[in-house]
Design a protein around this ligand. Sequence first.
Ligand code: VTB
Ligand code: MG
Ligand code: MG
Length: 333
Amino acid sequence: MSENKPGKKQSYQASDRNLALELVRVTEAAALAASRWTGRGNKNEADGAAVEAMRLAFDTVAIDGTVVIGEGEMDEAPMLYIGEKVGAGGPAMDIAVDPLEGTSLTAKNAPNALTVVALAEQGNFLHAPDIYMDKIAIGAGLPPDTVSLDASIETNLRNLARARKTTIEELTLCTLDRDRHEELIARAREAGARVMLITDGDVAGVIAACLPGSGVDIYVGSGGAPEGVLAAAALRCVDGFMQARLMFENDEQVSRARTMDEGDPRRLLTLTDLARGDVLFSATGVTDGALLRGVRRTAERGVTHSIVMRSKSGTVRFIEGQHNFATKTWSPT
Ligand code: VTB
Ligand code: MG
Ligand code: MG
């Protein structure tokens, strides 16, 4: 599943090592800004604050970055729009962002809101339009044909239980609580599985399916395509398994996808179709979740909890940041 060859020594480049750790400042800044709006019932203010802080923080990162997964097209998004150049100058990198994944979660102070950034060398992320994507994901260490987007939910659960040497009754499937998933949910339960329904935030849901001890064994269902690319970037770092397929509602969406990517827009996408090469990923918790703690604030300080990962080395770091609002000059906290 991994592009890394076991036992093969990775080349050491001091510059890109620093980059992984610099990225965390970007998601921290967005999370601190969004956290001013946690539980205040205003998702647009929370989102706007995260976007603005993330945009500012990028100016301090030593890259020549181009946003490929972002806030939308230039005419509809003032910042972090697709095609926007960000960074202080350096290696040419493509950037995927969701400045606040879970705007409603933040407004309600519900679990699993994150700020998310992924970085790869130019051309390595799928240029996904903002439409729905069908997704399936499981964790590392299982045969690659254990589950498939093209198999029935019953077959996938049976194969996953067998590969994990357990029963379907002991498996938990996570999906977004949406009417469009009614049949999937009913059939998964009928087959014996537990179903964990989340109201938003399928990036966190997909990642949870790949982390041992998260309480989620498999993620299935449709959500945003940009969120699919971000989740794939994370899964590359933890050697997870994922398949996806863009879901088109009209011909215009198909034509748009054709302008963004060369392949058949309806093809089955593997993990490396979504995110190739050396990928860096950072996410910071805004509200508490299975993966990360949310921002803790006092009038003077904010404490952030982040995960920073890199596919090339497979290193996963959890970073706690203690931020003093009085001495922070670059972030509108
Ligand atoms: C998911 C989820 C997001 O949108 O992608 C979902 O990860 C999909 O769209 O947090 P619908 O809400 O239309 O189902 C979010 O819930 C919001 O961006
Ligand atoms: Mg967003
Ligand atoms: Mg989102």
